[in-house]
Design a protein around this ligand. Structure first.
Ligand code: ADP
Ligand code: MG
Length: 619
């Protein structure tokens, strides 16, 4: 008598269910995938009692006849693959033929289905894997699957479930994922009879993502359409860097229409966003990778959560580059929106006559009250741009021009870290400067937008890019110090200098030992020439010493360059001259990357005239 026996089917189904059906959301995932494989373009998901009382999925897909319904309950019953060859190039979401029998083994199932072309449909009832009834019924085309009393026969599994709220959250998550993977399909979710989500297939993917993430955009568009049709490509939408730290900011990943989890893909996206991510932020939005089915193995996980790529190196690079390009695309779109707009009349609504005295009087009144002072920078009116200052503001403009603050303490040119513009008229940046506010923000007008720029963040990004370019081209340009600086280092710090001397020199420093642990710094990065040299040096050393830097190597060096840029940039509190503002804006307009500081904070915000109108409840 052999000791080994083959398990009866109901038992092996329950074992499979252990892997495939972890919680109500796993059931929803399998059923959604089946509906999508059946070509449905409208899917309704109804949940009662957190999914353990009832899960009902209604689709308008191709349906099943009675024989098929009975077969789909059989283990390994599938219409999706037939031979070995198919397994190597799976184009459907399902293929294992396990989901329905597994779910059926731990729940009460009712399947009602009618294929197109049949007058009547069929209804099959099975309780915990036992067939109860089969009969004909009138029903619409498509399939309704009801899963009741989930885990009713496996109390242990049921005990592992979390609160209703958590389970419902997981279910919604599954639906949201697929809603982004297949944007043309309408999804409706009802929780205990109440409609919780309604995503129409006719909506744009942007609006769908905006609703799902509760973030109204704009998004960065990722798109690496291939030169060759049969090569992998990735497309998607990501939130801009400053929005990456909210709770809802997660990155959803899809491969050929399937939702998956993949650390490599997340890493690649983060690499693409390097130097733009907020601290604690990660890439967020969604990325959809498309590649020939034979280049990805989807048969590595029972619940199909994970996949394996034939060439994950290539995929990593593909995603990293596509995301990097999306960052560049964001710069371009801001550029066309902000820097190249012809300046036209800002206020299309003519001022009402009775408002004039109040408006013209405003700057003085506010000033007297100790509020915001008039901006020391009169808005220039570029000739030939058709700009006509509305009458009511002409007075305010004169006032600003005549303001004593304009002449007050102009920053000396030679001390300015911002080079003066080459041409006397300044370079074209297309912005009409309104002035500096709070010695930090530069207010500008671009077309019918109000643009607010953080001078420090803006300058920091520009310097960072220049430093990085110099570094990558060999060495950061350095500047000899007229009076070399000595620093006393600890033994540990001396070792750090010794160990990293090549990098330190590449970063623009010249340093040599001067007996014991005393070191002499004789040159520093030129762009940071005005900074406290010893501080600059010590802070850099600290970066070399800390192991908590995001990554050793490239990440650390970028952190150091970002530190330098931060120290060298104009600060909050620095009053800028008109020429300096012009120089800053011109540099931004010319730069490839300018939208965020190296720490991911936004450099500029803009407000449409329409939006501003709403602040004041103007009709
Ligand atoms: P798989 O999806 O791996 O084939 P399942 O157990 O999930 O295995 O489903 C078994 C079969 O039942 C499918 O191959 C399909 O033919 C059929 N089926 C399941 N759900 C539906 C549906 N909603 N509409 C049409 N056919 C379905
Ligand atoms: Mg399936």
């Amino acid at each position: 008598m052999s000791k080994i026996r083959v398990l009866p089917e109901h038992l092996s189904n329950r074992i499979a269910a252990g892997e495939v059906v972890e919680r109500p959301a796993s059931v929803v995932k399998e059923l959604l995938e089946n509906s999508l494989d059946a070509g449905a373009d409208r899917i309704e998901v109804e949940i009662e009692g957190g999914g353990t009382r009832l899960i009902r999925i209604i689709d308008n897909g191709e349906g099943m006849d009675e024989d098929d319904i009975l077969l789909c309950l059989e283990r390994h019953g599938t219409s999706k693959i037939t031979d070995d060859h198919d397994l190597d190039s799976i184009s459907t979401l399902g293929f294992r033929g396990e989901a329905l029998p597994s779910i059926g083994s731990v729940a009460k199932l009712v399947i009602v289905s009618r294929p197109a072309g049949r007058e009547l449909g069929s209804r099959v009832v099975a309780d915990f894997g036992r067939l109860i009834k089969v009969h004909e019924t009138g029903c619409p085309c498509g399939t309704v699957i009801e899963v009741g009393s989930l885990f009713g026969n496996t109390p242990a599994r049921r005990k592992f479930l979390r609160t209703l709220k958590t389970e419902i959250g997981h279910v919604e998550e599954v639906v949201k994922n697929y809603a982004l993977a297949v944007p043309a399909v309408t999804f409706i979710v009802r929780i205990d009879g109440r409609e919780a989500l309604h995503l129409d297939g006719a909506d744009t993917i942007e609006s769908r993502l905006a609703r799902i993430m509760r973030y109204k955009g704009p998004f960065m568009e990722v798109d690496s359409r291939p030169v060759r049709q049969d090569r992998p490509f990735v497309h998607g939408l990501l939130v801009p860097p400053e929005a990456t730290i909210s709770a809802a900011a997660i990155l959803r990943l899809f491969v050929n229409g399937r939702t998956i989890k993949d650390k490599m893909m997340i890493h690649a996206a983060a690499e693409g966003l390097r130097g733009f991510l907020m601290k604690g932020g990660g890439p967020a939005g969604f990325l959809h990778l498309r590649l020939p089915p034979d280049e990805v193995d989807v048969n590595v996980h029972p619940a199909k959560h994970e996949v394996r790529f034939r060439n994950s190196h290539e995929i990593h690079e593909l995603i990293r580059q596509a995301v990097q390009q999306a960052v560049q695309g964001l710069q371009k779109s801001i550029k066309t929106e902000i820097f190249s707009m012809p300046v036209k009349t800002a206020l299309s609504v003519p001022p009402e006559p009775e408002m004039r005295p109040a408006v013209t009087g405003l700057p003085r009144t506010v000033d007297a009250a100790g509020g915001p002072q008039p901006l020391p920078y009169p808005a220039p009116i570029p000739p030939g741009t058709g700009y006509t200052a509305p009458e009511a503001f002409a007075g305010a403009g004169d006032f600003a021009a005549a303001s004593p603050l304009q002449a007050a303490e102009p920053a000396p040119e030679e001390q300015s870290p911002l080079p003066a513009p080459n041409s006397p008229s300044g370079e074209r940046h297309g912005l009409s400067v309104i002035g500096q506010f709070s010695d930090l923000y530069i207010f500008c007008q671009s077309g019918d937008r109000l643009v607010v720029i953080d001078q420090h963040a803006a300058h920091e990004r520009l310097l960072f890019e220049r430093l990085r370019r110099q570094f990558l081209q060999g060495r950061v340009t350095s500047q000899s110090l007229l009076f070399p600086v000595t620093v006393e280092l600890s033994l540990l710090q001396s070792r750090l200098v010794e160990k990293n001397i090549r990098e330190i020199e590449r970063l623009g420093f010249s340093v040599r030992e001067f007996g014991g642990n005393t070191h002499i710094i004789s040159a520093v990065p030129a762009l940071a020439g005005q900074c406290d040299s010893a501080r600059l040096f010590m802070d850099m050393l600290e970066r070399f010493g800390s192991d908590t830097s995001r990554t050793a190597g490239a990440g650390r060096l970028e952190d150091i360059l970002a530190d330098m840029a931060c120290k060298a940039a104009v600060r909050s509190g620095d009053r800028l001259t008109a020429a300096e503002i012009d120089a800053l804006l011109s540099q931004m307009a010319r730069a490839d990357l300018f939208s965020h500081c190296p720490h991911g904070r936004p450099v500029l915000k803009y407000f449409q005239a329409e939006e501003i109108k709403k602040w004041f409840y103007r009709p």
